[in-house]
Design a protein around this ligand. Structure first.
Ligand code: SF4
Length: 292
């Protein structure tokens, strides 16, 4: 067993939650600027101006970009060339999440599903949400995302069959976005999971919103589908905050998995304009690099 100081992981989790809430990634800032440049409707343009003011205030005063602190999610890639302790990593990420909430401090958005009791810690059974993966190097790569509820609440999943065809899949994605209207605080990223099982497809859709804005799927057929869906969604006229406009999404990202020969699951995970995420890469010598 290594003598690594796991307090570093706890501190990184605390810093990541705060950074994600206060510091919008550069690719999201640029995508919002491009959307503003494209937008022709005056009401939608005034929404972007309010968005830019919000980002500027958060930068200058180190305040939250949005009051919805979301549910905490960590996507963790554990390097296999170092003896990382998985139990310690999970415990420390949970403690760091609690400490960020109480020490910054900001509102905890997590609650018991039946009793609706909020422990004011952002953690509890099932929270934070963790996605675990492994890499060939020696680092601990942690991507943190606070997921807001306005966008999560309009997310949907459906089990199609191959006989339904790709047209039905595209219609489902488009209908989900259009029916969501202004609820998910557009324009954000539309994450689409395609394939796998009923549970995996939902995770794929979440993975899709965590990619940098506009990063295309490496499969050219899927990348074409992303572009087609983007054009269809932006032709819908929903616009910024649902007030009408030329841009409804910054990008459509699709993540796929092989599926059963008789099924075709699809999930749509909507992300709002503050497509918040923050990353830390931790090295075995204790060095931490922060990014997005
Ligand atoms: S959906 Fe996003 S922008 Fe809208 S209130 Fe929630 S976190 Fe904020």
């Amino acid at each position: 067993m290594s003598d690594f100081d796991y307090g570093i992981v706890e501190e990184a989790a605390k810093q990541l939650y705060i950074k994600a809430l206060c510091d919008l990634p550069p690719d999201v800032r640029e995508a919002l600027k491009r959307a503003y440049a494209r937008e022709t409707k005056p009401t939608a343009r005034s929404v972007y101006e309010a968005i830019f003011k919000t980002i500027e205030t958060a930068d200058q005063k180190h305040t939250l970009i949005c009051q919805d602190t979301g549910l905490p999610l960590y996507k963790v890639k554990i390097g296999s060339r170092y003896a990382w302790n998985g139990y310690e990593i999970k415990s420390r990420l949970t403690n760091g999440t609690r400490r960020a909430t109480q020490e910054f401090p900001f509102r905890s958005s997590s609650t018991h599903p039946l009793l609706r009791v909020n422990p004011q810690t952002s953690v509890g059974p099932g929270l934070p949400v963790f996605y675990w993966d492994f890499s060939e190097d020696d680092t601990l790569d942690i991507l943190m995302a606070p997921k807001g509820s306005g966008s999560e609440n309009v997310s949907k999943m459906q089990m199609f069959t191959p006989a339904d065809g790709v047209k039905a899949v595209k219609k489902f994605v488009l209908d989900t976005v259009v029916n969501g209207g202004g609820m998910p605080c557009p324009p954000g990223i539309i994450g689409v999971g395609f394939g796998g099982t009923a549970d995996l497809v939902a995770k794929l859709a979440k993975d899709a919103i965590l990619r940098p804005v506009g990063q295309r799927n490496p499969d050219p057929e899927i990348a074409t589908m992303e572009v087609e869906l983007e054009e269809a969604i932006n032709s819908s006229g929903v616009g910024a905050m649902g007030l009408g406009g030329d841009v409804t999404t910054l990008a459509v990202h699709i993540e796929t998995a092989y599926t059963h020969i008789t099924q075709n699951p699809v999930a749509v995970n909507c992300q709002c304009w503050p497509a918040r995420r923050a990353r830390a890469v931790i090295h075995p010598d204790g060095a931490v690099e922060y990014g997005y």
